[in-house]
Ligand binder design. Structure first.
Ligand code: GLN
Length: 497
């Protein structure tokens, strides 16, 4: 029975559809795994045992009644605690929302339920998705299943750790500056930031609305594609949602052929600050792509070096505005409401008590950057840099089909190492942020272990907006070739918990 947790999502769905195993057995195996390991990992903030078993039972009933099952029917999933779930707590990793039970489902949640995916519960994250290590959660850090004393990345560390610990074969993350891809890289799992606007943000608690993008996470490229297909597509409830067909990511994941593709290596993503073993595995991946028949060229994107400072003006500016809604009147926590204080005083006391220090730092930064007299110098300049970055991408994609780089400059660092050094923490997203600023699509997939610390390294693939299928075509080919070379999937090497 424990072997069920090792199945891919595709294998699980097939086994359920054929009647080789019931959806209830699959759900129970994952709930047992969570019971066995999650005290150590802390990937989940909330486990919905009854809800998961009921959803699984409904799939088994459907099958028994002869109804056709969807491609992910009965497959368990770990949902980042930033999407609203009707009747299930949604905290965003913050004390501010402790005990808040949303009255509605996010569109993404609804699509998962419509696809008969079994939602196991909600995963840990940096508070309001601000961070790169999950240490900013108000509910304690998550451990990296490869080494529990190290970070699983962030902000979606809970979702990535749940995959790597075999607590779920599928997970959902959100990526504002790298929070799907960087956790994927440091846990040896796959994560995709779809094109901005291609997965609905309705019911996704906003951090930085012009950057936030929900997306799929899994242990294989094909599973990630199956989940991508289930959640993407136009939503009239999200005004930034793109009304265009989603490219066929599943067919692309199955192609396993990169012959004739042109691949650009981003020159700027190398040098000081990049760990030797990360660069070694990255360069081997580039060589592998050549061997597989792709044409590889070097590409320069000079404005990418300005992406990090631009992001840390734009994201906090939007956050300072979005987080104004936590005013003690509408949701969650309320402090000091004893009849002696004004509404303003209660708001101030609640925000003081409810927000952690990183969230406060961003609100202060953003409020400053947007204030009159500074707006043009800071926010205005950052928006101009954003345009320059988009132009660099346009120029690059005129000559190549995809770009590649390491996902992160280093492997997973020890918990606590960067906690008091925000600048060091922000550097984790050096390579991922340009795609958020430009709105295009990007994937991270495992490309080996760094020889110096035996920890996973991520390969990043970047595609133009609405060409998400190219990520899967390249990712699927790399994954297949690497698994052939190693004789197994990377996670099979993960030290046992
Ligand atoms: N680490 C980045 C930040 O702290 C990105 C976070 C994210 O993508 N949600 O803002």
């Amino acid at each position: 029975m424990t072997e069920l947790i090792k199945y891919t999502a595709a294998e699980t769905a097939t086994a359920i559809a054929k009647g080789e195993v019931s959806a209830v057995e699959v759900a129970q195996a994952h709930l047992d795994r969570i019971d066995a390991v999650d005290k150590k990992v802390n990937a989940f903030l909330h486990v919905d045992r009854e809800g998961a078993l009921a959803a699984a039972r409904a799939v088994d009933d459907k099958r028994a009644a002869g109804a056709e099952l969807g491609p992910l029917a009965g497959v368990p999933l770990a949902l980042k605690d930033v999407f609203t779930t009707r009747g299930m707590p949604t905290t965003c990793g913050s004390k501010m929302l402790e005990g808040w039970i949303p009255p509605y489902d996010a569109t993404l949640t609804k699509r998962l339920k419509d696809a008969d995916v079994v939602i196991l519960g909600k995963t840990n994250m940096d508070e309001f998705a601000m961070g790169s290590s999950t240490e900013n959660s108000a509910y304690g850090p998550t451990g990296n299943p490869w080494d529990l004393t190290r970070i699983p990345g962030g902000s979606g560390g809970g979702s990535a750790a749940a995959l790597a610990a075999f607590e779920a074969p599928l997970a959902i993350g959100t990526d504002t500056g790298g929070s799907i891809r960087q956790p994927g890289a440091v846990t040896g799992t796959v994560g995709v930031k779809p094109t901005y606007g291609s997965v609905s943000r309705y019911g996704l608690v906003a951090f930085s609305s012009s950057l936030d993008q929900g997306g799929p996470c899994a242990r294989t490229v094909l599973d990630t594609a199956l989940l991508h297909r289930a959640i993407a597509g136009h939503d009239p409830l999200d005004s930034t949602s793109i009304d265009a067909p989603v490219p066929d990511v599943v067919a692309a994941a199955r192609m396993r052929d990169v012959r004739g593709m042109r691949i650009g290596v981003v020159k700027e993503f190398a040098g000081e600050g990049y760990q030797a073993g990360v660069m070694q595995r990255f360069e081997e991946s580039v060589e592998l792509l050549r061997e597989l028949g792709a044409e590889v060229v070097e590409v320069s994107c000079p404005s990418f070096t300005l992406a990090l400072p631009a992001y840390y003006l734009i994201a906090p500016s939007e956050a300072s505005s979005n987080l104004a809604r936590f005013d003690a009147m509408r949701y969650g926590l309320r402090v000091g409401d004893d009849g002696t204080r004004s509404a303003e005083q209660v708001t101030a006391l609640t925000r003081e008590a409810g927000f952690g220090s990183e969230v406060k730092r961003r609100i202060i930064l953003g409020t400053y950057a947007l204030s009159s007299g500074y707006y043009d110098a800071y926010y205005g300049s950052a928006q101009k840099v954003r345009t320059l970055i988009s132009r660099d991408f346009d120029a690059a994609f005129a000559g190549v089909d995809v770009l590649v780089s390491p996902t992160t400059p280093t492997t997973a660092f020890p918990i606590g190492e960067r906690a008091d050094d925000p600048m060091a923490m922000y550097l984790a997203d050096l390579c991922t942020i340009p795609s958020n600023l430009a709105g295009n699509a990007a994937m991270s997939l495992p490309c080996g272990l760094a020889p110096e610390d035996n920890l996973p390294v991520g390969l990043q693939i970047i595609a133009p907006a609405m060409a998400d299928d190219r990520l899967y075509r390249v990712g699927g080919a790399v994954e297949a070739a690497l698994n052939d070379k190693w004789g197994h999937a990377l996670l099979e090497e993960a030290p046992a918990l």
